[in-house]
Design a protein around this ligand. Structure first.
Ligand code: CMC
Length: 439
């Protein structure tokens, strides 16, 4: 049995209740990196008080060994490896292995892992009828939520969450099938036949083949696009306890099956404050339309009475450059160069918008920098991926993070069903009055 407090220290935090004058000693836990954590698990039992932290701005919800972020310094590590190094030197399949198993694979382990993932890329044929139930103009994220949840109904041999083998098979299935579902959502929307995956292709390559190929002619995937997509997948693979990952953990904490939990994660990712921001960025850049209009949008973003926010800017954790945005900006220029796209007006607007915002006192004082979603959409657009599919690609990439975090949660002996409490400000108990007596 694992120690209840992962890294207990002799340090404590003293909390004094000024109403009673009583003091409480709370243990302090130390991680390998990052701020210390005050262990408040016994707080309610001892003080009869809850903590109040809407949006979890000061709350650690779990212990994890997967991903570390230092938001002040702009550092992101997957299992200890810096994101820029992985983006430059690794590939998505290797990163998936790393996130799932904690170590980089040997050549033999990598080959087997790729083969095993490839083996699961096809969907149960019956699932095709699911797609037919959607309207052609359905947002593909709605399809992703629905079809991923529906996998629970098809793969009963991998839903026993107490069995590590079942859990790993479900994890492989999810990583493998997500690009197939995503490409099918696109094909359905444009009325083209679905393309079956091809086992000789790499992960990103296969997705592009299923997206842009058709059964009537041979389709060769552009290696520049496949490489760029692979890099984007690496950058989006995990991001510790963000909204969608916390959703997956919370859904899973009740013992729900993995496919349903990942469908919940997809739903959370869809929102514009989270993964939906990449789609929103492109819409915003299109709406700005011309560099001369930027000051007007900056003004709107600063106006508290206007709900408009600069999409692709700001982050709960990063108070410095999002390291993923730096890699993506570079990748964006590389991809456009290699695809021979000399003039991309949206990139010009994005670069100028970033320049103006980073010199503006409002953005400087609030430490608002471009995040991962700021440049990814321009790359997707250059690759011919429709805007509505941007967040879908985020979901494809994040699936490995979700399943890695979900597995870690199930294996954690301290794990309990997630059940936050509340500060109740509604009516106190009242006497019911029969309908006919009410005026
Ligand atoms: N434009 C203008 N003002 C902003 C922005 C923005 N993009 N982001 C934050 N602010 C202001 C906000 O109004 C607030 O001001 P004040 O303190 O005067 O009330 C202050 O900065 C702090 O913002 P917050 O909303 O309290 O911060 P948060 O940590 O709750 O929100 C965020 C983080 C990412 C939701 C927010 O920055 C935002 O809405 N950004 C735009 C959407 C976006 O790009 N999301 C992608 C996030 S990265 C990828 C991912 O998570 O999927």
């Amino acid at each position: 049995m694992k120690d209840k407090s992962a890294n207990p220290s002799t340090d404590t935090f003293t909390l004094t209740d000024n109403r009673s004058g009583k003091s409480y000693e709370l243990p302090i836990l130390k991680g390998t990196l990052g701020p210390d954590v005050i262990d408040i698990r016994k707080l309610y039992a001892e003080t009869k008080c809850f903590t109040y932290d809407p949006g979890f701005t000061s709350t650690g919800s779990c212990e994890s060994k997967i991903t570390f972020i230092d938001g002040e310094k702009g550092i992101l590590l997957y299992r200890g490896y810096p994101i820029d190094v992985l983006a430059e030197q690794s590939d998505f399949m290797e990163v998936c292995y790393l996130l799932l198993y904690g170590e980089l694979p040997t050549p033999g382990q990598k080959k087997k892992f790729e083969k095993d993932i490839t083996y699961h890329t096809m969907l149960h044929e019956q699932l095709i009828y699911f797609f037919r139930g959607f309207r052609r103009d359905t947002h593909p994220m709605a399809v992703m939520c629905g079809v991923t949840g529906a996998l629970s109904a098809f793969y009963h041999d991998s839903t026993d969450i107490t069995d590590p083998h079942h859990r790993m098979v479900a994890s492989y299935r999810l990583i493998a099938k997500m690009p197939t579902i995503a490409a099918m959502a696109y094909k359905f929307s444009i009325g083209q036949p679905f393309m079956y995956p091809r086992n000789e292709l790499g992960y990103a390559e296969n997705f592009l083949y299923m997206m842009f190929g058709n059964p009537c002619e041979e389709y060769k995937v552009n290696p520049v696009q496949a490489k760029a997509l692979d890099r984007i997948l690496i950058l989006h693979a995990d991001h510790e306890q963000n909204a969608s990952t916390s959703t997956v953990r919370l859904a899973g904490s009740s013992g729900a099956n993995p496919f349903a939990c990942i469908a919940a994660g997809i739903a959370s990712l869809w929102g514009p404050a989270h993964g939906g921001a990449n789609e929103a960025v492109l819409k915003m850049l299109t709406e700005i339309g011309d560099k001369k209009n930027i000051p007007e949008f900056i003004k709107r973003a600063k106006d508290k009475k206007d709900p408009f926010r600069l999409m692709g800017f700001g982050h709960r954790v990063y108070k410095n450059f999002d390291p993923r945005a730096r890699v993506l900006e570079k990748t964006c220029h590389e991809v456009l160069d290699e695809l021979g796209i000399e003039d991309e007006p949206l990139l010009d607007i994005a670069v100028e918008l970033e320049r103006i915002a980073l010199e503006d006192e409002y953005f400087i004082s609030k430490k608002l920098y471009p995040n991962v979603d700021f440049y990814s959409g321009i790359i997707f657009k250059a690759m011919g991926i429709p805007t509505s599919l941007f967040t879908v690609l985020f979901a494809v990439a994040r699936t490995v993070g979700w399943v890695a975090q979900w597995n870690e949660m199930i294996e954690d002996p301290t794990q309990k069903i997630g059940r936050p409490r509340q500060l109740f400000t509604g009516a106190v108990e009242r006497k019911y009055t029969p309908l006919h007596t009410r005026k």
